[in-house]
Design a binder for this molecule. Sequence first.
Ligand code: NI
Length: 223
Amino acid sequence: MIICLADVLAESELDDVRDRLNCGSFYAGSETAGWAAREVKKNMQLDAKDKDWAKLQRTVREALQCHDVFTLAASPRTISPVLFSKYEQGMGYGDHVDNAVMGGDRPFRSDLSFTIFLSAPEEYEGGELAIEDTTGVQTFKLPAGSMVLYPSTSLHRVETVTAGVRQVAVGWIQSMVREAERRQILFDLETLRRQMFSQGGKTSEFDILSKTVSNLWRMWSDL
Ligand code: NI
């Protein structure tokens, strides 16, 4: 399941993040790529030693934690630190799959990847995020502040930026529910449960559905 979420970062948060990135110190992204992805990764990443790095991490993390649909869709167990990336003219990131295990000495499994667009689509040309799934390739170039959440299992790329600058925040999630199909079922059932409650209140049908959702969580979550 690929989900697009609007307004993950509010206007004021977005302005603050962009201001801090404008005077941030960046290094070549190829330095953190796996050996196979290194030759196709051409971007710049904010240095973790940058004076605003911690503040930027907090801003994005808090925005994610407050976002109801994100929490419902991802059921995060671990959220990685966010990478702030910049693609200038001629930069892109060819076909690759994200590393399955990340985090160095605090390892976690990447189940889901996300990209939060920090630049407006009209600020750059090219730079679409292209994700392969069973139906073909889907491309995304969303408004600033919006997010694409997609399975880390997929091959994906960032098309070459041909003009302007594309800035994004990217990160990875280990979900409490490992299997994508199960996450989808829980997401759908929880959505249904909320609809039932708003339409009919706490009926006996609602209670049975609540019990089922809760018990599926017991069967499928790893903590
Ligand atoms: Ni990637």
